[in-house]
Every structure is written in C-alpha cells, then in structure tokens.
Write a protein that binds this ligand. Structure first.
Ligand code: ZN
Length: 217
C-alpha cells in the first residue's frame, strides 16, 4: 500500500507525513507539494529537507495565476491580522484544496498510491470552506469517478484541535522535528515564526494549549 501525503512544510502536513509513515511504513509513502505563488514559498524548502533525510520521494507542482484576491498569493495585499466573524480571512485561496487534491490524485495514480493524506482540519480553524469534511468526502467521490481509480483521502487532523495536533506529534515521537524543522509562518520564518501573523498566532495558541493540557493531566 502506497500513500501520497500533501506536504507544505508546515506543522499540520508534516505531522500527517509522520502519521502516514507510522501507518504505512516510511518506504511506502511519497509526498507532493505545490508552488502556487504563495508569499511563504520558502516552506517548500522545509518540506524538501524533511523528505531528503528520509528518502521520501517529493514532487513539487508549479501552479500559476492563482487567486489574485488572496493575500497569500497577492503580495500587494496585507494579510488580515484579525479573523473576521463567520467569514474566511483574506488568506483564503479560492479552490486551492480542490486543485491540490486533483493534482495529487493524478500523481497518486501514476505511482500506484491508493491513499492520499491531507492535513486539512475543520476544528479550530478559519472558515476555509475547502477544509471541511463534507468537501473532502465529496471530492473523494468525484476523483474516484473522474479517474476510475479507488482512491481514499485520509484526514487524520480533521477533528483535532491544534493542541491535539501537537499531542499527535508527541505520540509519533516527532515533537521536536515539528517544532524546529517546519515552517507555518506567512512571513517565511521557521519554527516559532514571526509570532504576529495569523498562522503563527494559531500555531502558538495551539502549542500553549497543548502545554497547558499536559499540566492538567
Ligand atoms: Zn508568522
């Protein structure tokens, strides 16, 4: 059984990489990343480094002319620092996961992988519609029909809080790797990041809650 992991080089997808390695065996996993003009494209260097050290094949797909209304792909826009109520922040990239999963499915079929693993999460997150479980299930059916290929999309983080995602990293024995060798920050600063962008704030809040929950046990 081969599994293909969507890997951005951030906390969530890197945790998923090690989750898949434990479930399927390090030698049975491959990774795919996307250069879609994201302001923090340096994240892909971190993804590549994680894979290189472990002989995990890593394919990077370049996607051009992505959503100009998103602050992630349009560097002339400022990233929203406050999360709007009941609306996605301007870091939403419209259709991103639909495109990513389509490219991932094509690559998965070409390497004989029947499982795709993605770190999308519906809990604790920012109203991104394409991170919802209902979208993933719908996309899974569509990809199977589009390609006549029995793919299964697995989402180990879907119902975890950010604190629980840190706990998962700890239980996989990769807490330090996730802390120091991943990049989540929209400003491209690894590890603890800039501490001010929304991605850093979410990551830090999750980590603080994880530490607090450990003390409570
Ligand atoms: Zn940051």
């Amino acid at each position: 059984m081969k599994a293909l992991v969507l890997l951005s080089g951030g906390q969530d997808s890197t945790t998923c990489l090690f989750w898949a390695a434990q479930k399927y065996g390090m030698e049975n996993i491959a990774a795919i990343g996307f250069n879609y003009g994201q302001r923090h494209d340096i994240e892909l260097d971190y993804a590549a480094k994680i894979c290189q050290g472990r002989q995990i094949p890593f394919k990077v797909v370049a996607l051009q002319n992505f959503d100009p209304s998103s602050a992630l792909t349009n560097k002339n826009l400022e990233v929203d620092t406050a999360t709007p109520a009941n609306a996605p922040p301007n870091t939403l990239v419209e259709g991103r996961n639909l495109l990513f999963l389509t490219y991932a499915a094509i690559h998965a079929k070409s390497i004989g992988a029947k499982v795709i693993v993605t770190g999308v999460c519906e809990t604790d997150f920012s109203n991104y519609p394409d991170c919802r479980d209902i979208f993933i299930k719908s996309c899974n059916v569509t990809l199977n029909l589009a390609m006549d290929y029995p793919l299964v999309i697995e989402t180990p983080l879907m119902w975890l809080t950010k604190a629980q995602a840190w706990q998962l990293a700890e239980s996989l024995g990769v807490l330090d790797i996730i802390k120091t060798e991943t990049l989540t920050c929209y400003n491209g600063i690894p590890g603890q990041g800039c501490q001010t962008c929304p991605a850093c704030q979410l990551r830090q809040k999750g980590y603080d809650n994880y530490v607090r929950d450990k003390k409570d046990i």
